[in-house]
Design a protein around this ligand. Structure first.
Ligand code: GCW
Length: 674
């Protein structure tokens, strides 16, 4: 028996029950030969492997599966299937009959579209959908669907909780770890089409010839799967590896350096994707060091890669301690004035919220505010602020909440999803980036359930309006078992899991109360230090009278960065959703919440509710043991036990700390911290 350690991810292809397999075999046939291209060969091999695993080697019902493009397959060309809407990466799956025998056609305009179609077809069987009468067309709504690896050249991973970097830089380019292929398969199966290989806190070494050769080796491995490589670029590289005295983006020698560097990279990697840049943020170098702007910096790089078809992703995650203004306002303040000044092949990459990947943040005010600048979404798959890989938190719900949020930029219905997929402002290039949670752990992501976040990210990048619940259901079925007695409770557990974390860590709009720098465990008492916005007291502002960050007109007025209807709703205590209450308001401890309880009681109630939710998750998981192999079941159970203990720690520590400030007793029925 194969080890069930999670290495196969959602591509397990374990046998369907005999009756189900027999039914599928009636419509599935043998896979017809394909044109001799790298991607079609991979597509056919994956289909063979998947069908053999799911349905067995013998599929002699007389049917056939035909894969290809009209360009490479005369049979497909003759069918004249409408494929316009499939674009460059989408596909059409159509069941027909041929001489009375079932024929399934997986067709696309490009080979990579065919590969995506193959994964979809397999997923239909993996999730036990009907496949005998299909006419399904699908295509991605976002053009660049990228993982951002925060992987360092020494194989450590910033905010990585699943072992070391899977990029074995030392042995590359000669040794190509077979994991790279599995990585490419997994990503292609969910439509991810690019990977930024190195950390945004970048080292210039990554742009030197030896590392370009290593990146080229990875690019070669990924190419048949439709995945391009990108690199994070350190803005001061012209000084560090170019022998120049400056990195001023308007200096001709600096511009020549970047142009030559781009030419050098494209010589080794003709389909190189482009650069990702973190500039003038958290101590990273950038154009402002020379009195230049973000647009100056981004456009210079864009000009270097533009002729080769490359892009520049310029991050809007900027804040500086010389700037005393509310940190939540700084990204907007720095970027909004430059709307319309970025080159066409620049995408400004914006985190989902204005602070930093908190368990809950209102959507970033830049979404909807830059109609003339390509804006992309940056989500964090790795759970820096949600208990690393040891706490179970399905992030699909969080991302869906952000994507469904209404910016009102062009009236009601101007959701963040419509900003990101380009519908609202007609962006020429659309992007969704996810900070990867992948490492050398056998299960890739540090825990079984963190694989779901990788999976959900890919699915939402493909379709930002997809349902996080449907995605969770597919994932659970493919990763564990399609048995509804399993998927029903497991999906329910996943759907509530992130809210549980919000409750026991930072309920009601509280944020950034994690322990200093590592961000694991409670630290609402963290004060002092070199900068205010790296402390917790900066964010909760608790005092004897009340708690919360006033971001209304009477406070930092961050609300004014949102469209007027949004600002009005956030400002108005009778309208604001209580999930965001203390993000925007400083309120007395006895403020009456919607439950009727005073604020203090309501907070304590939510902390306790979070802990109880983890009790519920443990109970659910225990009940599911009949459906899960012992190794994975045991691992999840052990992690849940850690989470239960630490949820209690969060609750107790937070409550005890706030009591030390407000001097209030615990509400009736609440257990005191030990
Ligand atoms: O979330 C914070 C992290 C840093 C990270 C930074 C960023 C890569 O704590 O580790 O640096 O954000 O997004 O640039």
């Amino acid at each position: 028996a194969r080890a069930e350690n999670g290495h196969d991810l959602w591509l397990r292809y374990r046998p369907a029950a005999a009756g189900e397999a027999a039914a599928y075999r009636a419509s599935v046939g043998v896979v017809a030969p394909v044109a001799d291209t790298p991607t079609l060969k991979v597509a056919r091999a994956e289909l063979e492997q998947g069908l053999a695993g799911l349905l067995g080697e013998r599929r002699d019902g007389g049917g056939q599966i035909l894969l290809g493009t009209p360009g490479s397959s005369p049979r497909i060309a003759a069918l004249k299937l409408p494929l316009d809407a499939a674009g460059d990466e989408g596909f059409r799956i159509r069941t027909l009959t041929d001489g009375g025998r079932p024929l399934t056609v997986i067709a696309a305009n490009t080979d990579i579209g065919v590969l995506h179609g193959v994964y979809r077809y397999l997923a239909l069987i993996q999730t036990r959908q009907a496949i005998d009468r299909l006419d399904l067309l699908d295509a991605p709504k976002v053009r660049y669907r990228l993982l951002n690896h925060w992987d360092n050249l020494d194989r450590s991973v910033e905010r990585g909780y699943s072992g070391q970097s899977i990029w074995d830089w030392w042995r590359l380019p000669d040794v190509k770890d077979p994991r790279y292929l599995d990585y490419a398969r997994a990503n292609a199966s969910i439509g991810i089409n690019g990977a930024v290989l190195n950390n945004v806190n970048a080292k210039s070494d990554s742009l030197t010839a030896p590392y370009i050769a290593k990146a080229a080796a990875l690019a070669g491995t990924f190419r048949p799967y439709g995945i391009k490589v990108y690199l994070s670029a350190r803005f001061s590289s012209p000084i560090e590896i170019g022998g120049l005295k400056t990195a001023d983006p308007l200096d001709p020698a600096v511009r020549a350096f970047w142009k030559a560097k781009a030419d050098e990279i494209y010589k080794a990697i003709p389909d190189f994707g482009g650069f990702l840049v973190k500039a003038n943020s958290e101590g990273q170098p950038g154009p402002q060091d020379y009195g230049r702007t973000h647009a100056d910096g981004a456009n210079m790089l864009a000009q270097a890669v533009g002729p080769h078809g490359g892009i520049v992703m310029w991050r809007a995650f900027v804040y500086s301690h010389e700037q005393p203004d509310d940190r939540a306002k700084q990204g907007y303040s720095e970027f909004k004035p430059f709307d319309g000044q970025f080159a066409e092949n620049v995408i400004v990459q914006v985190k989902n919220g204005a602070i930093d990947f908190q368990p809950r943040e209102p959507f970033h005010p830049l979404f909807g505010a830059m109609p003339k600048t390509n804006l992309g979404m940056e989500f964090q798959i790795t759970k820096e602020y949600l208990g690393f890989s040891t706490h179970l938190a399905y992030l699909g719900t969080m991302w869906e909440e952000v994507l469904k949020a209404d910016t009102f930029a062009a009236g009601q219905g101007s959701t963040v999803a419509k900003v990101v997929d380009g519908k609202l402002h007609g962006y020429s290039r659309t992007l969704m980036a996810g900070v990867a949670n992948i490492g050398t752990d056998r299960n890739w992501s540090g825990s079984q359930f963190d694989q779901a976040n990788w999976y959900a990210f890919g699915r939402l990048a493909w379709d930002p309006e997809a349902s996080s619940e449907a995605i969770a259901r597919d994932w659970a079925a493919m990763t564990f078992t399609p048995d509804r007695r399993f998927t029903g409770p497991a999906v329910k557990m996943m759907m509530g899991s992130r809210e549980a974390v919000v409750d026991y860590m930072t309920p009601m709009g509280l944020h950034h109360l994690m322990g200093r720098s590592h961000h694991y465990g409670p630290g609402p008492w963290v004060a002092g230090g070199e900068r205010a916005d790296w402390t917790s007291v900066y964010y909760h502002k608790a005092d004897k009278a009340g708690i919360g960050f006033d971001r209304t007109a009477s406070g930092s007025n961050a609300v004014a960065q949102y469209a007027p209807p949004v600002a009005a709703a956030f400002s108005d205590l009778s309208k604001i959703d209580e999930k965001d209450l203390l993000w925007f308001h400083h309120l007395p401890w006895d403020y009456r919440t919607r439950s009727g309880r005073p604020l203090w009681d309501e907070l304590v109630n939510r902390y306790s509710r979070g802990v109880k939710a983890v009790d519920g998750m443990q109970a659910t998981w225990a009940d599911l043991s009949p459906y899960v192999d012992a190794e994975r079941h045991g691992e999840v159970a052990t992690y849940l036990a850690i989470q239960r203990r630490e949820a209690q720690w969060w609750r107790d520590a937070s409550i005890a700390y706030f009591q030390s400030i407000n001097g209030l007793p615990l509400p009736k029925g609440e257990a005191p911290p030990p």
